[in-house]
Design a binder for this molecule. Structure first.
Ligand code: MG
Length: 387
C-alpha cells in the first residue's frame, strides 16, 4: 500500500484526569521518551504510513513541541472538548490531503508494533474499518459496591485497541453524521453505526494504554533494556609544555614551573573529554565547535567546552553513563591531584565518583611526552539514548 495513500491521526488532546499528575499522561516519561513520542515514532517509522496529523490540547503546545522535535509531522490541530470532536477536527484537517486510508491512534498507547500496524493495514482491503483487539481472558463479573451480583459471559467479547484503521471517507462521513449526537467511545463504533463493515484483527496484550499510574512501570518493563541504545566514543589530545604558563588538568590548577601551550587554558584532559562526548553523537570534534582562530576562546576555561558538548548530548536525549580518562605526563606527579580532579569532574559531569575513571602514567622517558615536551590525554565517554 503506497504510504502517500495512508495517513495517521494521533489523538493526544486529553488531560489524563485519572492519573493525578501535573503532566498530562501522554507527556510523562517512559524510559527516556515521552509516551506520546513513542506512540508517534512507531507510526512514523512504519513505511506504510505517510502524513501524520496530531490533535493536541491547546495548553500542551510547548510540551508537544519538545516531545516531537525532529519528527516529520503535519502541524498539530488543537483539540475540542470531547475526544469525538477532537478526532473530527483532525479528520477535517486531513481531508485537504484526501488520503485513501487513515489510522487513528491513541497518543497514550506507546508500545504499538510494526506487526500490529501491518495487520490493520492488510485488513483495510476488505473492510471500511479495522479494529485491533485482544480476547477477554479473565471471566467477567457484575458487581455492585463490594458485592458480586452476577456473571457475564465473555464469549464473543474482545477488548478494543488502537490504531484503528479506516477508509478515510467512511470514517469522515461517520464522524460528520454523528457530530452532534451522543459520543461513542471509539471511531470504529461510529463507522459501524453508520452501516460500515467493521472487522477485527489480533491486537497485542502489550499494546497497553497508559491510563493508571501502574501502567508506566509496566510499559517500562515491557520495553526493558532494549529501550536504550549505548554509544561509547573516544577522544585524544596532546599539548606541548611551555615554561611559565599555568598548568590546568581536568579543570584543576596544578603548581608547576611549566604549563601547556594552547589557545584556551590548554586543559588537555578536558579537550580529550570534549571530543569523546562529541563522538557519542557524531558531532565532529572540538575544533569544529570552537575554532582556535576565534579570539574569544583565548585563555578560556576549557570546562565550557565540556559543558557545550554535554549540552548537545542532552539535547539529543543522551544520558552520560560513564567516563574514563587517562593522563600521560612525565611530570608533575598527577596522583596527589587526583581527588581534586575527580571532584571537579563530578561537578562538571553530574556523575558519581564511581562513574569517573581517572588514570595517570608516564611514558618511561620515551617519546615527546617521555622527554617532558608534552602532556597527552585519552578519554572514553559512554552515553545511553532512548531507542
Ligand atoms: Mg587541545
Amino acid at each position: 500500500m503506497p504510504s502517500s495513500n495512508t495517513a495517521a491521526l494521533v489523538v493526544a488532546a486529553g488531560r489524563g484526569s485519572r492519573f493525578g499528575d501535573d503532566l498530562p499522561k501522554q507527556y510523562l516519561d517512559l524510559a527516556g521518551l515521552p509516551v506520546l513520542t513513542r506512540a508517534i515514532k512507531a507510526l512514523r517509522e512504519h513505511p506504510g504510513i505517510g502524513a501524520i496529523q496530531t490533535v493536541i490540547h491547546q495548553e500542551d503546545e510547548h510540551l508537544y513541541r519538545a516531545a516531537t522535535a525532529g519528527l516529520d509531522l503535519l502541524p498539530p490541530v488543537l483539540g475540542a472538548s470531547t475526544r469525538q470532536a477532537s478526532v473530527l477536527a483532525g479528520l477535517e484537517t486531513l481531508s485537504v490531503a484526501a488520503p485513501t486510508y487513515v489510522l487513528i491512534h491513541d497518543g497514550a498507547r506507546p508500545l504499538v508494533t510494526a506487526d500490529l500496524i501491518d495487520r490493520v493495514l492488510a485488513a483495510l482491503h476488505v473492510a471500511d474499518a479495522v479494529l485491533p483487539a485482544v480476547p477477554v481472558i479473565d471471566s467477567l463479573r457484575a458487581v455492585d459496591a463490594d458485592l458480586v451480583i452476577g456473571e457475564i459471559a465473555r464469549d464473543g467479547l474482545v477488548r478494543a485497541q488502537t490504531p484503528q484503521g479506516f477508509r478515510f471517507q467512511a470514517v469522515l462521513d461517520a464522524h460528520r453524521r454523528y457530530a452532534d449526537s451522543v459520543g461513542a467511545t471509539d471511531d470504529v463504533e461510529l463507522v459501524r453505526r453508520a452501516g460500515g463493515k467493521v472487522v477485527w484483527v489480533e491486537g497485542e496484550e502489550d499494546n497497553l494504554k497508559v491510563t493508571l499510574p501502574d501502567d508506566l512501570p509496566r510499559a517500562a518493563r515491557i520495553l526493558g533494556t532494549a529501550a536504550r541504545r549505548y554509544a561509547t566514543a573516544m577522544g585524544f589530545d596532546i599539548h606541548c609544555t611551555e615554561p611559565g604558563r599555568p598548568l590546568v588538568l581536568a579543570g584543576v590548577g596544578i603548581p608547576s614551573p611549566f604549563g601547556l601551550s594552547g589557545h584556551s587554558d590548554a586543559d588537555v584532559v578536558l579537550h580529550a573529554l570534549t571530543d569523546a562526548l562529541l563522538g557519542t553523537i557524531g558531532a565532529g570534534d572540538i575544533g569544529v565547535h570552537f575554532p582556535p582562530s576565534e579570539e574569544r576562546w583565548r585563555g578560556a576555561d576549557s570546562s565550557m567546552f565540556v559543558r557545550h558538548a554535554l549540552g548537545l548530548v542532552t539535547e539529543r536525549r543522551g544520558k552520560l553513563e560513564h567516563v574514563d580518562l587517562s593522563i600521560m605526563a612525565e611530570r608533575p606527579k598527577i596522583g596527589p591531584h587526583r581527588p581534586a580532579m575527580t571532584r571537579r569532574l563530578q561537578e562538571l559531569l553530574a556523575l558519581p565518583a564511581d562513574r569517573i575513571g581517572l588514570k595517570a602514567g608516564t611514558m618511561e622517558g620515551l617519546d615527546a611526552v617521555g622527554r617532558g615536551e608534552a602532556i597527552s590525554a585519552q578519554a572514553l565517554a559512554t552515553v545511553s539514548f532512548p531507542s
